[in-house]
Design a protein around this ligand. Structure first.
Ligand SMILES: [Mn+2]
Length: 200
């Protein structure tokens, strides 16, 4: 799919025997920015899916808030639920920046299109905790992004090490498909979202 700022694709797999996946995502485009989020409800099945939906609904309804506020609101709304882990990125086309943040273990990776930029790949620093449960103090980071850069979010139904699949010449759909087919576990729901920044 192509939104104003990014070309993106999501692939997901529901754990065998479950009707619903506990892994959800949201891509919310604005005129000059786009919010990208991946949420994993704790455990799997119905209750995990319900918790993930609460988080996505909060993000959707408050998408113009800053990233830390989004996590705080989600945390409040999730009290009494299973809880979720979540990673979020806000790509700002006017400033050429990405603010990203994670709690729990939704892995985030940014791969650079320009081969001269060091480092070529950056990992999202994730804080320990569960939204709706015990939580460390929140922390977001902001980095510059350039057209062609590729952002990947993956839930823990995907094994680590998939960064080898990320490059700037393959379309997001192909990258997402390759990661899912080579790195998905059989023991959990799995979701991988790939977004390529196009700039304004
Ligand atoms: Mn999971």
């Amino acid at each position: 799919m192509v939104d104003s700022l990014i070309e993106w694709h999501v692939v997901q797999l529901t754990l065998k025997g479950q009707e619903k996946s506990g892994d959800h995502c949201l891509v919310k485009p604005f005129e000059t920015s786009v919010l990208v989020a991946v949420v994993d409800g704790l455990g799997h099945g119905e209750e995990a899916a319900a918790a993930a939906k609460i988080a996505v609904d909060v993000l959707e309804a408050n998408a113009r808030d800053d990233v830390i506020a989004l996590f705080k609101r989600s945390h409040e709304a999730l009290r009494g639920s299973r809880g979720v882990v979540m990673s979020v990125a806000l790509l700002n086309g006017l400033e050429g920046t990405m603010t990203w943040m994670g709690v729990g273990n939704v892995e985030g990776l940014l791969a650079r299109a320009n081969p001269d930029i060091k480092p070529q790949k950056e990992s999202l620093l994730i804080r320990a905790g569960v939204l709706g449960g015990p939580l460390a103090i929140l922390d977001a980071s902001i980095i510059p992004i350039m057209p062609g850069d590729t952002l990947v979010f993956a839930t823990d139904g995907i094994r680590s090490g998939f960064d080898e699949e990320i490059n700037s010449h393959d379309p997001p759909k192909e990258i997402a498909g390759n990661i899912m087919s080579k790195y998905s576990k059989d023991s959990d729901d799995a979701l991988v979202l790939v977004a390529r920044y196009g700039g304004i």
